[in-house]
Write a new protein. Sequence first.
Length: 174
Amino acid sequence: NQVVRLAFDFPGVQFQRVPWYENGDMVTYAACGSLIILVFVILATLMRLGRRICMPKRPRLEPQPGTLRLTIGPRIASFLWCILLGSIAAYMISTGDNLMPPTPLWFKWFVLMNWATGVTLFFSFFAVLAAIRVWRRSPLRWISKIKFTLTGLACLILSWIAIHWNLIGPAHRI
């Protein structure tokens, strides 16, 4: 029997357990796990591009029959999520605890953040759609289906976190 709410004599204070989807540890692990998956997508893309640039005369590595490489939508979504969250993390680390309250000078940056997040959510839709559609293709290898699913799930989790924790929001007034 767990305590769900605990009220004090003073009516201005009340403790309430947060649901599982608002647990700080759970959100952090989900975001970090999703980001790790997307970093691996970027690394694989960059390795293929580097091989093509640095060794142009070598024959291309062809995938095994039934293997499907990630399409452009999930790869762009991976790049955008890593850039967006990396820039937010870099800003938070550089400012530390002495972050001043927003002023009207910040509004242009809030609008930019809304646009960047909106574009990232748009491409995340294609990653999730590709993850759903890949399961309908029967001759594919199982590892290809898992690759698409993990990328789509990572984009879906980061999209939910961005929307739920107000990464995108109004920028006209504070």
